[in-house]
Each structure stands twice: as C-alpha cells, then as structure tokens.
Design a protein around this ligand. Structure first.
Ligand SMILES: [Ca+2]
Ligand SMILES: [Ca+2]
Length: 279
C-alpha cells in the first residue's frame, strides 16, 4: 500500500524510507522466494541423472549423487488439484508454487539453487536469530525398490564460508518414520510441511546456499516431485493458497509497530498544529 494514502500529509522522503525499512521484506533473504514472478527468476535450475544414493540409511547430503546432465523438469503452478496427492492445496502461498521434477520416470534429477547473504532483515525479533523458512510437499511414487533406488527429496542450507551444513532434510519415498499419506495408486505424499530453520547468530553477513533436489527412482521407471514455496525469513503464512499473502517478520515486530504508531502520532500532531495555526 502506498504510504502516501495512509499518512496525510504525504510523509517526507526520510520518513518514507524509514517506513520502507521497517515494513518491507524486500531485503530479506532469497529473491523470488515465493515464485510470484510465475517463473524461476533469481534461481538456478540444474539437474542430471540419478545413479542411486550412496551408502545405507539414514541418508544425508553425502549420499546424494548426480550424474551431470541437463536441468531436470520444473514448472511453476497456480491453483489446481494434484491427481496423485488429492489433499494438497495449491498454491501454498501467494499465487504460485514451484514444482521440481515431475511424475514421469527417466531417473532424472531436478536441482534448484540460490545463494544469498543473511542480513539483519532475516532476524526474527522473537529470538533475535536469523531464520530461513519455507514450505514443501513431496509427491513420490513408491515402487518399493531398495531405499537407495527410491525417488527422494533433499533440501540443504550451507554456509559458504566454511561449507558447513546449517540445515538439511532428506526423505525417500516410503521411508520408515515419515508419515507419508497414500495417494493415487502407488504414490505417496506429504501435505505442505512448514520448515523453520534457525541459523546461528554467526551466520549474519555470511553467504548461504539453499539447494533443493527432487529425484526420480534411479532405475528409471518411476517419478517423483516436490512442491516448494515461501522461501525467506518470514513465516510462510496461513496455508490453503487462494492468494494468501506471506506474513512479513518485520511487520509483526513490536518495535516497528511502536515506531509506526509514534510516526503516525507525530504526523497527526503536526496536522493539528497546522490547522490550528491556519485558523
Ligand atoms: Ca508462492
Ligand atoms: Ca520425473
């Protein structure tokens, strides 16, 4: 909303900049984190072929192998139903949600990546620490292959300064302990899961790399994909899609709200003084 319509007389430039800094999540982490451009602007799409995971469960990022190749399938979707995952509601937030990989086989891997810097705008005032938040919903065929051959989903946030893992999550289709829902046929899925990764205070000012991977089964006959949305430091917002707008952390900051009240009060006081002076 244009602050000039909220605050009359129109605020001075400095005031406008202050308000923008307090209320805008634009400087928060990840460009186009909600895919609201309708495409993958700001992101790098890569991929290749899945030769299978290395080692035995529990798998980690070290288990992931990708034979280099063309970027895997990916698209941005709006409102609609998923025939393989009937209770998933799309889009997750805003008007668009990304879908990495697809229902077809081919042992393809889709990898989505973005590097960005953690700033003070990513600090959640509730705990004073930077956060990375997003929502994901994997939809994976479950052909009951060996675990290392199953379709899988993997997300990791690394600190590029020392390559340390700040957060990672891995699940292969049918993995024990993961509460998969039964979809159409042999498909398994999760409804949207909200992730809130708390970063250490030392991450401030450092570059982090977010990577999301969705892989078909390594034998070539079965597909899998993952919906992702709402990448940023702010809470992803209420579910259900339908144009829901993400909630910005700074907007709920009591300090910001208090300052906004003070500024609004000051403008009202000046307007009163002016009209009193003109009378
Ligand atoms: Ca979105
Ligand atoms: Ca596929």
């Amino acid at each position: 909303m244009n602050p000039c319509r909220l605050l009359a007389p129109c605020p001075r430039l400095a005031l406008a900049l202050t308000l923008a800094a307090l209320s805008s999540p634009a400087s928060a982490i990840f460009h186009n984190g909600g895919f609201e451009t309708g495409d993958f602007t700001g992101w790098t799409l890569e991929g290749g072929v899945n030769p299978g995971l290395v080692g035995a469960p529990p798998f980690t990022g070290a288990s992931v192998q990708i034979t280099p190749g063309a970027a895997g399938p990916a698209n941005v979707v709006g409102a609609g139903a998923d025939p393989r995952a009937p209770t998933i509601v799309l889009p997750r937030v805003g008007q668009n949600t990304a879908r990495l990989n697809d229902e077809n086989g081919g042992a393809l891997v889709t990898r989505l990546r973005q590097v960005d810097t953690v700033t003070a705008a990513d600090i959640d005032p509730l705990d004073g620490l930077p956060h990375i938040r997003f929502a994901f919903a994997p939809v994976l065929d479950d052909p009951s292959h060996a675990p290392h051959e199953q379709p899988y989903f993997y997300v990791v946030v690394r600190n590029l300064a020392d390559n340390s893992v700040l957060f990672e999550q891995f699940a292969y289709s049918g993995q024990a302990g993961v509460q998969f829902l039964s979809g159409a046929g042999s498909w398994k899925y999760l409804e949207f899961q909200d992730v809130d990764a708390v970063l250490p205070a030392t991450a401030l000012g450092q570059q982090v790399e977010l990577t999301v991977i969705a892989a078909d089964c390594s034998l070539g006959g079965h597909g899998g994909y993952v919906y992702v949305d709402g990448f940023g430091s702010a809470p992803v917002g209420p579910g259900g899609g339908n144009g829901t707008t993400p909630t910005a952390v700074p907007a709920t900051d009591p300090l910001a709200l208090g300052l906004l009240g003070l500024i609004t009060g000051w403008i009202g006081w000046r307007a009163q003084r002016r009209s009193a002076g003109n009378a």
